[in-house]
Each structure stands twice: as structure tokens, then as C-alpha cells.
Design a protein around this ligand. Sequence first.
Ligand code: 13P
Length: 253
Amino acid sequence: MTRKPLIAGNWKMYLTRAEAVELASAVAASSKGLTDREVMIAPAFTSLAAVQEAVGGADAPIRVAAQNVAWEKQGAFTGEISAPMLQDVGVDMVILGHSERRHVFGEDNAMVNRRLVGALEFGLTPILCVGETLEEREQGNTFKTVEEQLSQGLKNVQADQMEQVVVAYEPVWAIGTGKTASKEQAQEVHAFIRSTLVALYKKTLADSVRILYGGSVKPENIDSLMAQPDVDGALVGGAALDAESFARIINFT
Ligand code: 13P
């Protein structure tokens, strides 16, 4: 079983097109020649084409992802972007169910599942984000929340499709707060996620799924997080907007 580490930058609603191309070029430069890990960046929709053009292509050192996708090919869905539209600009990965989509924009597990099933049908690689709020953690409901997000988010996802899926554990209380989960807290939930995947699928498949940690990942904590047996990468917000910090995170040891 080998799980190639994935270091992913979620740029959220930041950067103009020119700024995005500049940062993407810097990330591509720091990722050149790395073969034992994958690097991904997720710019805003408006920058995807320009970023893909600047750093994309079959032998590109980094992958470019979108931050959400609709489930239909086209139609009356104001404000949405479809998978074929993303593929048209060379994008083949997408972040789904991010905590900000869930908690600011009200996306529930059913909607996240619909997006995920659609993304897989169109051939996009989804990163399914899960994670508990502080209240859920304090009430002892971390595992319950994460289990529901996984089982409902992955409803109707077949085993062969699951091979494409990446999971990201992002405790809501750690996102943008500077409060990282300790390496023990991260490992505990990552192991729980893997055991849930064993129950939903089977062990060999669960062992091959990459589980990323997200929430205040920084140059100072990446090495100890990556040393955990079930942490297979990181989904980085704030620190991914700084070329130097992200380069250090990419080059975790
Ligand atoms: P921060 O790294 O800024 O906490 O954001 C994490 C995140 O939401 C990545 O998707």
C-alpha cells in the first residue's frame, strides 16, 4: 500500500488573476522535480484558466483544482460552474463540502453528495472535506459528525469510483484560527476516517485512500503532522497564499 502524499493549497476567495498566476508560478518552481509527493492549488474560478495555462499541461509539476462544482452538465443554475466547464480549462480536480460551503452557504451532506457523484461521473477527482465544529467536539460528537459526513457524502459512490476520491479532515475550529489540531488529535480522527472507509468499502481500498489534514497548517507544524501514519497530506488555506510558507510545507520532511 502506497499513498503518495498530496499537499494542496486552497486559495479561497483571494487573489486577482495576475496575483494568482504569479503565486502559481512560484509554487510550480518549488514543486519542480518532486516525484514522491503531489502538489495541488485551488484558485478562484476566475483564475483557473490563466493559472492552468501558466503552470498546467501533462508534465506540470502541480495540479490545478476548483473549489466547488455543480452536478449537472449545464442548465439554469445561476452562480454555479459545471464539470465540463472546468475540464474545458484543463481542471481535473475539485474541493467539495468545504466547511465554508457547509457553514456559510448552507450546503448539507445531501448536496455535497450530489456534487461528488456528479464530479465522479464527469471524471473529476474530488477532495471530500469533513470535520466537526467546536460545539460538536465539546459534546463528544466528533466521530458521529465525521461518520455522517462520510457515509452520506459517499452515498452511491462505487468502490471503483472511491479509488479516485481524496478525503480531507478539517476540524472547523482549526480553520483560519491559528489553532491547529494536535498531531494526536489529527491522527485519531484520520484513523477513524480510515476505519469508517473500511466499513463502507473494504480494507484494501480504505488503505489506498489519501486523507489530508487541514486547519492552520503552517511551516512549523507540517513535519509533525505528516509523520502521523494516517495523515497523507495537507489542505492548506492561509499559509498557501504565501509562496515561501507553502514551499516549506511542500518540502515537508
Ligand atoms: P487555514 O489553513 O487558513 O486554517 O484554512 C484551512 C482550510 O480551510 C483549507 O481548506
